[in-house]
Design a protein around this ligand. Structure first.
Ligand code: FUC
Length: 781
């Protein structure tokens, strides 16, 4: 047992103890951070994929099963999608646009939807899927009998471990995905010299062949054709095995190690993808160079570089909640018991796991986190494991800024840059408009047209929503050079709407048409409509952010005025007859066929936006509450996660905590803590983690609010290193439900307005970089 006691600035002593917590890295507390043993651990190997443990370096991923006789590393590379570059434009769309609009204006919604389905959808109507590479299989012999078995994933070191005893020998495996060296590394040891023997081989459902090259085992494969889009990618996975002692043979498609003391296994993977319109890369030379460079280093050297790279990001935030006996249980049991146990630290683990996952699947230069991050074992994954931009992709990035992982947003920014190119074609061909547009999905090939059918795809506001993340990255970091880099993207998104918004039948408002309130049917036999509430809210943010950015950059006076004039004509949010926030221009909510629909699109204004707030717009906030009550909390994983954020913004701490419990239920959290839609979808992990932060810190309407929704179950704790808008970092400590102290760090000269309950204080982070606030400063204690 390892026990640590650390004293927080605020003066609370918090103990962290972990029964049987082997391998808690000493480095984890070396900088004084209060870091409980952040570990997922189990007493048996994984049988299902959702029991295996994920590692990743932003680009490469592996799911580790921890088998005794047979270890599986299911492998991914984040550019391995089906198909190849394609242009989804439909040249018939533009001619149909006025007719579809006219039918909507006449209230002939079903006819409008039929016509949109017939004439306006992208070609092909579905997108190709993200795909698996296959598996590296390590075979250790026929017997699966072992003693003292344990496997775990240490979030502080980003290393997965397997340990057991067999025939009196202690075997260990340690695996990580190195962002520094761009390889997956597994070190296998036995504590009796010469006791390690195993075979390493590939298995894959992808078209491919295994060969040997330069003393390595290589899997040369192709992606597959899908949706009528031809296969255009080649990939290669390359393995080197470096034993200590014993013998090594490479023959008949496998490595054979006999009588070794230990062995290091290295995996490199690359595809021929270079850009959405360029597949001329050379995977062979990339993997050869990566393996050669990594093989020249020792395991220790590779691991030291990996640790410092991971911990530079991971250790920025610490989150402590009260320790209870339940926290000593293996992770699968904690999840299984989550509805009845007293285990506040399960939420803290869930929060840090989300930070771990984001670091593992979204790093500068990689693809953004897709529906499954980057972990997928299928050729055709659920919803293609691509990018669903009507909530899921955005939710993936909700925690990135406040959870102090701003650099993990860079792949999303890079994707928006691509979409501004491909989306300009869709804007022109489908709408005859300037700027760029993205509908509800995109993929590796950056397709931007409406897909799947009008009920799902006829939604032009996806790119506009993504632009909120461009602005937020500035708002949290306040880097003017970055703002200048992304401003043209925001401007292009706004230009599309300046060109395509039309007058509603009353002539008073400017609205999107055709559009939908994502995936929800209204009572007139269709989803298609004009000016759904969410569109108006997203566009209010887009225009406001464009205006602010142009003011900061001192550019584009005329464009600013056009944005302001158009913004003023967007329909305001309305309260309907049941006291709810209206989802559509018309008060249709109570007659809509799916009243408990998972999407809560019209509540965007409360979260992630700040257009509605309890303090500034109490009537609208009450209407949001009513809508939430009508919708209910029990839904798919991501939909529960969105509700957590909304309830936290409503400052209903106990209700929010109840919805967190729903998310941690085994029906919504798999044994490996992946979110269950079901099936696995990673957005719930990220959205849920963000909701937890929203309970501790909200940075809304120019205020930094401390502990806005602290539930009784979290009555004592601390959080260090969260970020707030305006370029601040915040630490908070609390006890018995009351604030103890807070610390604010920011650029010298930064102004902050800090709120705790009814007390609001204005602060200038003057010539110092940090300000410590006591409970008395904030009217507490
Ligand atoms: C949206 C949601 C579904 C699912 C899919 C990936 O279409 O409505 O529930 O999450 O994205």
């Amino acid at each position: 047992m390892i026990t640590r006691r650390q004293t927080l600035k605020g003066g609370i002593a918090l103990g962290a103890c972990a029964a049987g917590a082997i391998r808690v890295a000493d480095a984890a507390v070396a900088d004084g951070a209060v870091t409980p043993p952040l570990m997922l651990w189990y007493r048996q190997p994984a049988e299902q994929w959702t029991e295996a443990l994920p590692i990743g370096n932003g680009r490469l991923g592996a799911m580790i099963f921890g088998g005794i006789a047979r270890e599986r590393l299911q492998l991914n590379e984040d550019t391995l999608y089906a198909g190849g570059p394609y242009d989804p434009s439909n040249p018939d769309a533009l001619a149909a646009l006025p007719q579809v609009r006219a039918l909507i204006a006449e209230g002939k919604y079903a006819e409008a939807q039929d016509l949109a389905n017939e004439k306006m959808m992208a070609r092909p109507i579905r997108m190709p899927s993200y795909q698996t590479v296959g598996e590296l299989i390590l075979t250790f012999g026929p017997s699966a009998y072992a003693q003292d078995y344990r496997r775990d994933l240490d979030l502080t070191t980003a290393c997965a471990h397997v340990a057991f005893q067999r025939d009196g020998v202690n075997f260990t495996r340690e695996s990580f995905a190195s962002a520094v060296d761009q390889v997956i590394v597994t070190q296998i040891t036995a504590d009796r010299p010469g006791a390690l023997s195993f075979r390493a081989s590939f298995e894959t459902p992808m078209p491919g062949a295994v060969a040997t090259d330069a003393g390595h085992l290589v899997l040369n494969g192709r992606n597959v054709a899908q949706q009528g889009i031809e296969s255009a990618l080649r990939f290669q996975a390359r393995v080197a095995v470096i034993p200590k002692g014993g013998e090594l043979h490479l023959r008949d498609g496998e490595f054979i190690v006999t009588g070794a003391d230990s062995a290091m296994v290295l995996v490199a993977i690359a595809t021929s993808f270079r850009r959405f319109d360029d597949v001329s890369g050379d995977p062979e030379s990339i993997t050869r160079a990566q393996i050669k460079a990594a093989a020249a280093k020792t395991f220790g050297l590779l691991q030291t570089a990996h640790l410092s790279d991971h911990q530079k990001l991971f250790r920025r935030v610490a989150f402590e909640l009260p320790d209870t006996p339940a926290a000593q249980q293996p992770t699968d049991l904690r999840i299984r018991n989550s509805q009845t146990s007293d285990d506040p630290r399960l939420a803290a683990l869930y929060f840090q796991y989300a930070r771990y996952l984001l670091i593992a699947c979204s790093r500068p230069g990689t693809q953004p986190a897709n529906l499954q991050g980057l972990w997928n074992d299928k050729l055709s994954a659920p919803w293609g494991s691509k990018y669903t931009i009507n909530i899921n992709t955005e939710m993936n990035y909700w925690p990135a800024e406040p959870a102090n992982l701003a650099e993990c947003v860079r792949p999303l920014v890079a994707m928006v840059k691509d979409l501004s190119v491909t989306g300009a074609v869709t804007a022109r061909v489908h709408y005859g408009a300037r700027g760029w547009v993205t509908h509800h999905n995109t993929d590796l090939w950056r397709a931007t047209g409406p897909i799947d059918g009008a009920k799902w795809g006829m939604w032009p506001t996806g790119g506009a929503w993504l632009c909120k993340h461009l602005w937020d990255h500035y708002d949290y970091g306040r880097d003017r050079a970055y703002l200048a880099e992304v401003y043209p993207l925001m401007k292009g998104a706004a230009q599309f709407f300046l060109d395509t918004l039309i007058k509603d039948p009353s002539g008073r408002f400017l609205v999107t048409s055709p559009s939908i309130s994502p995936e929800n049917l209204h009572p007139h036999g269709a989803a298609i409509c004009a000016g759904p509430a969410m569109d108006n809210q997203i566009l209010r943010d887009l225009f406001a952010n464009c205006i602010s950015a142009a003011e900061i950059l001192k550019v584009d006076g005329e464009f600013r005025s056009a944005c302001a004039a158009t913004r003023a004509k967007l329909p305001p949010d309305r309260i309907g007859k049941a006291g709810q926030l209206q989802e559509w221009m018309e008060d249709w909510d109570m007659e809509a066929p799916e009243r408990d629909h998972r999407h809560v699109s019209h509540l965007y204004a409360l979260f992630p936006s700040e257009q509605i707030s309890v303090r500034r717009t109490p009537e609208l906030a009450a209407a949001v509450r009513r809508s939430l009550e009508l919708r209910g909390d029990l839904s798919t994983g991501w939909a529960i996660a969105w509700r957590i954020n909304l309830w936290a913004r409503l400052r209903d701490a106990e209700h929010t905590h109840g919805v967190i419990k729903l998310l941690l239920d085994p029906s919504r959290t798999y044994p490996n803590m992946f979110d269950a839609h079901p099936p696995f979808q990673i957005d719930g992990n990220f959205g849920g983690a963000n909701g937890m932060m929203e309970m501790l810190l909200q940075s809304v309407n120019g205020e930094i609010e401390l502990l806005p929704a602290l539930p009784r179950a979290w009555s004592t704790g601390s959080v260090r290193g969260l970020r707030a808008r305006g370029g601040f970092e915040v630490d908070i400590a609390w006890r018995d439900g009351e604030l103890l102290s807070a610390e604010l760090r920011g650029a010298p000269g930064g102004d902050a307005r800090v709120r705790y309950r009814e007390k609001l204080i204005k602060l200038r982070v003057a010539n110092q970089r940090r300000v410590t606030l006591t409970a008395a400063d904030l009217g507490a204690g």
